[in-house]
Design a protein around this ligand. Structure first.
Ligand code: KG4
Ligand code: ZN
Length: 345
């Protein structure tokens, strides 16, 4: 029997995204982004995002079906982001998904956006992910996780105490005048800079922090340090500031991720979420993991930032593991914790 075909819908933030996956094979991945409509506000405006999702939903589903050369009748289950995210934006996706599931008479999986970021890894590998430490770094979340089976449970080892890593990129980009979203802008600008030009602070890496909060992050001190530096240095060198700031974030993320591997005795690291698209994080992770004998997995850059394939991938893993779907009236939950993989009631 051939693998089930899953259609996944993602609308937690500013991307209306639909992916279609068969087993572990990606058939289609279509993204309509409203990012340009938010750029002049310097961040995502929830009301604008919800309206853009409404307009883009049907064309995006239709394009995904065309790209994958399957019809709605071929779809075996629907997966949709149930949270965390902007509630108005989530509701557009969950309404479309429940409508489809009811119309087709197929099961629905209301899944966790963060677990979906991690699950997209399944599309690049034939075999299930073994026990791994996962570094999840996005615009809204930064956590270190321990995962044995992504369809059954996730344990959180640590998380950010203030800003998420992507949020820090976005805020510093704004004060540097590099635009929104900040991550890609800083990544590009840093290419011409010296990462050692300015010694910015590495949050929660003092000896006492390693004793009490070894796997937590804090980026607010770094943010303040960069803002002060910019104020005190009117003719600052953009590329050097971007490279040094990026280095401080990436260094701490990897120090803590590799410490988690060592402490848990797990020699596998998966990095996921929008910030995992960062070129310096990818390069330094591969150097340091090689040195430490840790196997590294990072999804290809376009599957790190928000997409529908990741939602379909988690739905597909759930179906392959024989997990039950959600009740048709499950509720989108804006603050869904990373440890809740899917809504079962
Ligand atoms: O996972 P994601 O697409 O959306 C959320 O779930 O939040 O992550 C978006 C975040 C933004 O903060 C964006 O600036 C950051 O990921 N990001 C990057 C890069 N590409 C996206 N950060 C650093 N370097 C990048 N190349
Ligand atoms: Zn995301």
């Amino acid at each position: 029997m051939s693998d089930s075909i899953i259609l996944g819908i993602e609308t937690s933030c500013d991307e209306t995204a639909v992916g279609i996956v068969q087993g572990r094979t990606l058939l289609a991945n279509v993204i309509a982004s409203s990012v340009d409509e938010h750029a002049r506000f310097g961040g995502v405006v929830p009301e604008i995002a919800s309206r853009a999702h409404l307009e883009a939903m049907l064309p995006t589903i239709e394009k995904a079906l065309r790209d994958s050369k399957v019809t709605l009748a071929d779809i075996d289950a629907i997966a949709v982001t149930a949270g965390p995210g902007l509630v108005g934006a989530l509701l557009v996706g969950t309404s479309a998904a429940t409508g489809l599931a009811l119309g087709l008479g197929k099961p629905i999986y209301g899944v966790n956006h963060l677990a979906a970021h991690i699950s997209v890894d399944a599309l690049a590998h034939r075999h299930p992910l073994e026990s791994t430490i996962a570094l999840l770094v996005s615009g809204g979340h930064s956590s270190l996780l321990q995962i044995n089976d992504i369809t059954s449970s996730i344990a959180q080892l640590g998380a950010t105490m203030d800003d998420a890593a992507g949020e820090a990129f976005d805020k510093i980009s704004r004060v540097m005048g590099l635009g929104f979203p900040g991550g890609p802008a800083i990544d590009r600008t840093a290419l011409d800079g010296d990462p050692e030009a300015i010694d910015f602070p590495r949050g929660l890496t003092q000896p006492s922090d390693w004793r009490t909060r070894p796997f937590d992050f804090s980026f607010s001190g770094l943010k303040t340090a960069v803002a002060r530096y910019l104020e005190a240095t009117p003719d600052f060198h953009k590329a050097n500031v971007a490279a040094s700031f990026q280095e401080a974030i990436v260094d701490v993320l990897l120090l803590k991720a590799l410490a988690a591997c060592k402490e848990s005795g797990i020699d596998s690291l998966l990095i996921a979420g929008g910030v995992a698209a960062n070129s310096r994080l990818r390069a330094l992770a591969s150097q340091r993991c090689e040195k430490s004998g840790v196997r590294l997995r990072i999804p290809r850059p376009d599957l790190c930032t928000d997409n529908g394939a990741m939602v379909a991938a988690l739905g597909s893993l759930m179906v392959m593991a024989g997990r039950p779907g959600s009740q048709i009236d499950f509720e989108a939950t804006s603050s869904l914790p990373v440890t809740t993989l899917s809504l079962t009631s």
